[in-house]
Design a binder for this molecule. Structure first.
Ligand SMILES: Cc1ncc(COP(=O)(O)O)c(C=O)c1O
Length: 370
């Protein structure tokens, strides 16, 4: 039985009526840019994230870009981030005119190492961008304690609704950083039917700035305080996301349940390192990512059996051609480079059936002769 890495059709089938109704309402209203659904989604995401403000924008990439711009970061400035992430995390630093400065990850959670990030800070550093990779929040409070006063942009593109216990309190992805950013790319736990993103913050001044930056820097139509972007969240996307949002906790719980089944099924296979979730964290398992030897062979074997899998990410960002100008060398960030060679993500979407999951388990175990 083929098993896809992600089955968006299966999810759509469970919510089709609600989504189509929401879409038709926008079509009937003929108000496609910002408007009521966007405001309602912003309010709902602010509530979910325990933040004062949420600002919809065109993508998770734009969310990062306007966050960087809102902090007045540009030419001559440095921003510290992880090389083991999706390209946009560092691409937006470059596109804002600043210089990405990489620091290595922790091998267990794949998140930016606090000590490495601190060591990478110079007089030019204007912010740190940790990434809540694969669904678990990076230790935001530890970066803040290690680098007092340093703005933190939490790239929570993969982690909306993830939780972390900090000093006995449950905190949400995006809540504690200076600015948090989300992506609604279709493969995310809360995915739109196209691109979309959002920025969250507790800071009133930053929120004003972010609202302006997403609409060409304008406070009122045709009056521009600064040069911003055209980065509005589409009303049709907001309508879809509002219809999906009530399901997010159940979907993320289903992913955690699948992850627990995999963890158990692979426990006696010494070659497989199952994901480590920090004890403070409740992950939303955007990806279930194991570490294995002979990763490329395993990927080929799974593909041959029709089992979806993917490598996030095969080449760390410091070794990408476009960042050669930064002068990084192979071996400079050994944990990121090792992770890039060993990781493989398996199907973990909420609608995955037990029979499908058993198929994946059998194929992976079989590869290692179990
Ligand atoms: C960690 C991370 N940052 C940023 C982004 C960019 O989001 P988008 O694809 O919505 O632009 C993604 C999306 O894959 C991501 O995974």
């Amino acid at each position: 039985m083929p098993v896809p890495l992600l089955d968006l059709k299966a999810q759509h089938a469970t919510i089709k009526d609600d989504v189509v109704r929401a879409l038709m309402q926008v079509v009937d209203d003929q108000l496609f840019i910002l408007g009521k659904p966007v405001q309602a989604l912003e309010a709902a995401v602010a509530k979910l994230s325990h933040t004062k403000h949420a600002i919809g924008c065109a993508s998770g990439t734009d969310a990062l870009l306007i966050a960087i711009k809102a902090l007045d970061i540009g030419k001559g400035d440095e921003v510290v981030t992880t090389p083991f992430t999706f390209f946009a995390t560092a691409g937006t630093i470059h596109n804002a005119g600043a210089t990405p400065v990489f620091a290595d990850i922790e091998p267990d959670t794949f998140n930016l190492s606090v000590a490495a990030a601190k060591a990478a800070v110079t007089k030019k550093t204007k912010a740190v961008i940790p990434v809540d990779l694969f669904g678990q929040i990076a230790p935001i409070e530890e970066y803040m304690a290690a680098m007092p006063g340093m703005p933190i942009i939490e790239d929570a593109a993969q982690s909306i609704g993830a939780k972390r216990r900090i000093k006995g309190q449950t905190t949400m992805a995006g809540q504690c950083a200076t600015i948090g950013t989300f992506s609604f790319f279709p493969s995310k736990n809360l995915g739109g039917y196209g691109d979309g993103g959002m920025v969250v913050t507790q800071d009133d001044k930053l929120a004003d700035r972010l609202f302006k930056l997403r609409t060409h820097g304008a406070t009122t139509t045709y009056y521009h305080d600064e040069v911003g972007f055209n980065s509005r969240l589409d009303a049709l996307q907001a309508a879809v996301l509002l219809a999906k949002l009530p399901h997010l906790p159940v979907w993320s719980q289903a992913r955690r349940a699948h992850a627990a089944i995999y963890d158990q099924a692979f426990a006696d296979v010494p070659e497989i390192r199952t994901p480590v979730v920090a004890k403070e964290n409740e992950t939303i398992v955007n990806q279930y990512t194991i570490r294995v030897p002979r990763r490329d062979e395993l990927q080929a074997a799974l593909k041959a059996k029709g089992i979806g899998c993917a490598v996030y990410y095969p080449l760390p960002l410091h070794l990408q051609k476009c960042f050669a100008y930064l002068g990084c060398k192979p071996g400079q960030f050994p944990e990121s480079e090792r992770a890039a060679k060993e990781v493989i993500s398996l199907p973990v979407y909420p609608e995955l059936t037990r029979a499908q999951q058993d198929e994946v388990i059998a194929a992976v175990r079989g590869f290692f002769g179990r």
